[in-house]
Unconditional design. Sequence first.
Length: 73
Amino acid sequence: MGRTPGRACASYEAQCVRSNEIVAAASLDDVGRHPDYRSGTANLCWMLIHFVEETGRHADIVRELLDGANGYY
């Protein structure tokens, strides 16, 4: 019942398309509107930078699992 790598990648790509649409329609100074999250008051620029940082961390974890080598730290 698990996801196949192909389905996981397709889902990720669909979410990227949706995120790109949201970002294209917004300003980097626009502020989030979700009161239940600490980052709900952050601007879009901060959110995108945070996203890039987190994506890099997760990609490094996957790479370490695949090749067994430690990353930078």
